[in-house]
Ligand binder design. Sequence first.
Ligand SMILES: NC(=O)c1ccc[n+]([C@@H]2O[C@H](COP(=O)([O-])OP(=O)(O)OC[C@H]3O[C@@H](n4cnc5c(N)ncnc54)[C@H](O)[C@@H]3O)[C@@H](O)[C@H]2O)c1
Length: 420
Amino acid sequence: MKPLQIAMLGAGNRGRDAYGSYALQHPHEIDVVAVAETGPERRQLFADEHNIPRVRCFESAEQLLQQPRMCDAVFICTGDRDHFATAMGAIENGYHVFLEKPMAVDPAQCLAIAEAAEAAGVTLVIAHVLRYAPLFQHIHRLLERGAIGRLVTMQHNENVGYYHFAHSYVRGNWRREDQSSPILLAKSCHDMDLLYWFAGAPCEAVSSFGSLIHFKAQNAPPGHTERCLDGCPHFHTCPFSVERVYLSREYRWPATVITPDPSPEARIRALRSGMYGRCVYACDNDVADNQVVSLQFSNGVTASFTLCGFTHDISRTLKLMGTEGEIRAHLERNEIELHSFREDSVHAIVPGNSTGAHGGGDWGIMRSFVTALRCGDGSRVVSARESAEGHLIALAADEARQLGEVVSMPQFLKQFGAAT
Ligand SMILES: NC(=O)c1ccc[n+]([C@@H]2O[C@H](COP(=O)([O-])OP(=O)(O)OC[C@H]3O[C@@H](n4cnc5c(N)ncnc54)[C@H](O)[C@@H]3O)[C@@H](O)[C@H]2O)c1
């Protein structure tokens, strides 16, 4: 069977490191035949890695989409606010689409993408990679076979990690709502998707609290400088200093984001001039650094979710409580504990292969997307309409936080002419 031919739109961290690297390691499954990337250095690097000829290298996604269709599918891995227009353009051109989350930053646009893909008869998959991680798939199977009786409630923690938070949500691309989206959508639409999937019923109502507590000017230590490398007296002691986040660690994410050149000189150059060199107390960030959400599903299941920037590890930890047992899980350790009340027992489970980031979800979704298209089996992937639900829950929860009210999902959806 011929490999799936794709074009990569946006060859940054996700396009190059997550999906491009899968393609390089699975050439019999997937062949990247074109790239659109605004950064000349990244574009060239990606083209060299995938042997893409110059005529198939484009300066922007828009430019690539103006050409006649050149392959089976496009991967949209550009910034959050470009996703809607790019996805609609790709659908119009007849491409199958792999679209990074969030699919769009506004509820009506999320629904419009799902509708357009259905009308055009193309497969459009949202990169809700967690659904494809062996650990979460195993938990879903346990729930389906009633391993903990009837599911009653769930507790889910998204532990962002203090240096990840400083990199992405204080200094980086997702620091401002007007340039990306509320953090709950940007970071946790796939966590809302998981809770919805596990609950097995539509979400009825949400409430939420949270704010930007720490990363603001009034919390700066005395004598700090605007950039860490400008002789800041806290350079070696501040947990968020560029030394700790980008220089003293080996060259891997997040240092790969600041420069494709691994040398210390290149990193220092990038930090002297670029946005990642700023003091975390002197940035223009406004997204919340902590947020809690309560969810009520239509079958009576409830859930609580906590997103927090002040954690040591980058991890997701869950507890699902049922009438006959309990599931405890840790994504990054790839561990599940199944407690049975009937047997008064605890079973430790190590789910399948978790190679690739997000507990194996990045590679899991790639495998499913490629197989769905090569075998014409759409059941291998989650539909865009189903994936829109997690986005709508995140957006409704953020509205609840801003209003300080419980938001009814049916009322929220009515504003956009959508049914529950
Ligand atoms: N699924 C997940 O778990 C997950 C994780 C992290 C990020 N994301 C999402 O993936 C997307 C990409 O994130 P990233 O971390 O790779 O960001 P990034 O900044 O590393 O990469 C984005 C790339 O797109 C390029 N670009 C921007 N506009 C373009 C355009 N019009 N045409 C062509 N190229 C363009 C940029 O130059 C950059 O190289 C974001 O929407 C982000 O929210 C998803």
